[in-house]
Design a binder for this molecule. Structure first.
Ligand code: 48H
Length: 254
């Protein structure tokens, strides 16, 4: 027998159990683009309790569209081992590697989940919890509630470490700057992303992957936006390496 009420109960119960299990965790990640997914995998693989919150229905962020909707990404030698670790196929072209952007997203997500990271889609980080001058959790709401501009109060989760992997808008860093006034950047403020310069940007994004306020790390495109570095276009090695670095720096402290 197939009963609609049983289906409803199974869905709600299992989804709520997952959410309840994620109320107090080691690492909370805002954003499920490439940097967030890579960080989630390496953290979870090393036994950290990880939850990733993605505003949209689908994870993958800006990776799906490759370059100008041509579904390919370019990755440099430094990040090739990450492609291998995720089982992403590629073609060597000169000293670069070209991968299918759709396969890349699918495998990043699949490996993050297999490693034990929990991914919650359709949920937006709308604020943070700050205790004793440290970011110690995310304030969450359904993206659909926010899109409809409904006046519905959010809920919260507590986390030892948080990562802003929200891409170009660096949303969590912006929230924290508004609340505390000063971030760990040269000016104390968000410096803003600069025009495209791939070579420089790909190096800087690794350097810029770091703690931006106690308890809050920034990874991926958000790291360059916050520290005033250029964008890089559809070369994705920096995003992969940045996600891995965020995981490594946090794992050292767990
Ligand atoms: C929950 C949120 C929130 C929120 C946003 O943009 P992304 O793909 O981010 P990265 O940094 O992993 O990768 C950047 C890359 O895709 C890119 O844009 C590049 C390389 N650009 C170069 C260039 O020159 O343009 O993913 C961020 C994700 C998205 O899925 C958002 O929906 C999500 O974060 N997000 N999720 N709460 N407040 N804000």
């Amino acid at each position: 027998m197939i009963d609609e009420i049983e289906i409803t109960r199974l869905i709600v119960k299992n989804a709520v159990d997952d959410f309840l299990d994620s109320l107090e965790i080691d690492v909370a990640i805002a954003g499920g683009g490439p940097s967030g997914l890579v960080a989630a995998r390496y953290l979870a693989e090393n036994k950290a309790r990880v939850a990733l919150f993605e505003r949209r229905l689908s994870v993958g962020g800006g990776m799906w569209g490759g370059g100008m909707l041509f579904p390919r990404i370019v990755v440099q030698e430094e990040a090739r081992e990450i492609l291998d670790e995720f089982g992403i196929k590629y073609k060597k072209e000169g000293d670069k590697f070209v991968a299918n952007s759709i396969e890349s997203v699918a495998k990043l997500a699949s490996k993050a989940i297999d490693s034990g990271a929990r991914i919650f889609n359709g949920i937006s980080v709308e604020d943070v919890i700050i205790r004793d001058k440290r970011v110690s959790g995310f304030v969450l709401n359904w993206s659909s509630v926010m899109a409809a501009k409904l006046h519905v109060d959010p809920l919260a989760i507590r986390s030892e470490f948080c990562i802003d992997a929200t891409g170009h808008p660096a949303e969590v860093c912006n929230i924290v700057q508004r609340k505390v006034g000063r971030l760990n950047t040269p000016s104390g403020e968000i410096e803003g992303e600069k025009s495209m310069w791939a070579e420089k940007s790909e190096t800087l994004v690794i350097e810029n992957t770091r703690e931006i306020y106690p308890g809050l790390y920034v990874a991926g495109m958000a790291a360059n936006a916050v520290f005033g570095a250029p964008r890089m276009g559809p070369i994705f090695g920096g995003m992969l390496l940045s996600g891995r670095k965020a995981a490594e720096v946090i794992l050292d402290q767990l």
